[in-house]
Design a protein around this ligand. Sequence first.
Ligand code: AMP
Ligand code: MG
Length: 520
Amino acid sequence: MLQFDNRFLRTFPGDASAAPHSRQVHGAIWSHVKPTPVSAPQLIAYSIEVAQMLGISESALQSSAVVSALAGNATLPGMETYATVYGGHQFGNWAGQLGDGRAILLGETVSPSGARFELQLKGAGPTPYSRRADGRAVLRSSIREFLCSEAMHHLGVPTTRALSLVLTGDRVERDMFYDGNPELEPGAIVCRVAPSFLRFGHYEIFASRGESALLRTLVDYTIATYYPAINNAYIAPGERICAWYGEVCERTAELMADWMRVGFVHGVMNTDNMSILGLTIDYGPYGWIDNFDPGWTPNTTDAQGRRYAFGRQPGIAQWNLARLGDALATLEDVSTDALAASLARYEHAYGAAITRAYSAKLGVSHWVDDEGDLLDELFALFGEAEIDMTLFFRALCRATNAEALSETFYSPEAWRSLSARVQRWFARLDAQVLRENPSAEARAARVAAMLRANPKYVLRNYLAQQAIDAAHAGDFTQIDRLLEVMRRPYDEQPEHESIAAKRPEWARVKAGCSMLSCSS
Ligand code: AMP
Ligand code: MG
């Protein structure tokens, strides 16, 4: 059974009041808050890998005591429930206090192997940070968060995990299209799991309020707990903070390269949605690239500015890191020059990580030949026609001629008009492959390595939406099927070939498949 050791609560000052009403909380990082009970909890999906990681058996997970806890109706021995305060820059502007408005922590577990994880219920009712919202989450967004957390993990992308998906039995009112027509939708709760849910916004809020002592405690705690190598370095405290910030910059750079290599678009990269551990966090109106389009955003709220579009993510992460740096600069022994030097590590780390990623995707170490840059030409081709990113790179692994790539084009006419250029591009790549791999064995090894770098299965927007539509009709089996397939995204799974299909035409404009609102 789960063992709890709630170190975070012990380390930091808490809110004097345990009342649930919305308020500004000063001089504290957390508030005690109890989840609001729900009427008929039902465990509709769970991740067995996360259960194992925590040391809970499948039968224990399904027991009524544990399901009650995952629904917020009861606590298990050792659990203490609380919400934390954070702020954030939303769409480029400082938004003041935000906080866990619908996330309630259950405490920290220590697994049998000694690994520590925080458990957090998303959608378990109001907290002091809910502002005017209800603290709840709907089934559709909960299915999306549950599935994508696990899909990302299996793709090898750092992320918060999802233990369980519970249907509450209660209805939640949402105006999905923001058009004045709210509807009652089924409510759900996801139990998220991560070593820490700390965000850039946690540091920003204390800096903005001049609460330097709290900021200092939080920074020291973060370094000591999650960055032990830096904690043990013999350097002055201010320098240690800059060194740690440089590490956060590098981890974030690696995360961005991961998102860009798999075609993931977060959709709401506000600083309150940036993990201090470099994890993907807060799955809202995220989406997956079907045709490779750097200007695409899944988020309807961002349709005008496209601030958080696919191709802008690396630059936005850097901007967000600069805001974290601003917060750290308020500490008196932290030098702004040293912070700037640490932030400069971002660009370098991103460049190295994305180069590694594309080298693996193309299966070559160098892509500049006498004619020019092969990758530039590929991105130019992606800009000329709708070409499916996932299918293109997967087909490229085994392609022996350019024709093998034709199916990855969304329109046959586009393929016909571009095929000569694609053939030229493919011939150049092929020549490079031969230069780098003179032997047949080396070329076979290249194919095998490429198959491990180019996933066959990603959680395409329309797939998640189909599982949501089925769940609304009472059929939860598609959630399990998608989870099953997404466990092995780099493997051929002939029985699930249809899940690797490109976006069908009907999904181009359907809500949930093409664009999503933040209503969740
Ligand atoms: P997001 O950008 O969706 O991650 O959320 C921004 C802020 O709004 C966070 O502080 C959330 O906790 C809060 N929030 C979002 N939805 C709700 C809700 N239904 N009830 C309470 N707070 C919410
Ligand atoms: Mg958030």
